[in-house]
Design a protein around this ligand. Sequence first.
Ligand SMILES: [Zn+2]
Length: 246
Amino acid sequence: MPLHTGDALVLRTYRLGESDRIVVLLTRDRGKKRGVARGGARSRKRFGGALEPFTHVRVAYQEREQRDLVRLDYADVLGSPLTAGGEACTYASYFAELLDEWAPENDPQERLYRLGVAVLEAMRSGVGAERLARYFEYWLLRLQGVYPSIRACPTCGAPLVGGAVLGPRSHWFLCRRCASHAEGVAMPAAALQFLAESAHVAPGALGDVTVPSEALVQLAAAHRLLLVWHLDREPKAARVLREINP
Ligand SMILES: [Zn+2]
C-alpha cells in the first residue's frame, strides 16, 4: 500500500459507524481525497482538532487498491480556524463547503488549495470575515472562469465606471442604462473597485483595502445570486451565516 504524505485542507467530515470518521480533504498535490480516520469519532487524542472543516493539516494516508477511500494515518494541524475565534468558525465551514462543491475528485486543483490556505491565514491574522468572504467567492468563481466582467457592460460595451446592476436572469453586470428597466442587485462603484483590488492583492492585505460596508452588503447579495445560479442551490453554511447576520 503506497503511503502518501502532504498538505491538505479539511473540507468535511462525517461519522462512519461507532468510532470512525470519513474525512474529505483537498490535498495540495493530488486533489480531493476521501479517507477513513480510524477512531476519529471517539477519541480526540488521535486526531486532535485536526478534523474541523477548513483546518490546514499535514497528513499521511495510504491508498488501497480498488478502493475509493484512503486510510488516514495521521493529521497534524498546520493552521486552525478555531484560533481565529468568534464567527470565524461559521465562515470556515462556508469556505470549506464551497471548496468541496467545486473541487473535483482526484484531480489536482492547486490554485483552489492555495486560495483556501491564504484565506485561512488571513482569517487567523484578523482580517474581517465579511471582506474575506466576498474575496473568496470572487476568486472561487473567477478560477472557474465564470465570474462576470467588472470592466464593461456586455450589452453596449460601456465601461462600468459609475457602478452596475447584476441582472436577475442575465448573470452579468450591466451598465445602469442597459439595466434601467430591469430588476437586479445594484453594484455601487465602490463594490466594483473592491473587486478590481481583490484581483491584485493577497487576502492577508485585504485589511488595508478601503471599502464601505454598504458595498460589501451589495456584493454579498450579488454573490448569493451567482452562487445559487452555478450550484443550483444555496450553500448550507450560507443559510447559517444569514441567520447570524440577517
Ligand atoms: Zn450597457
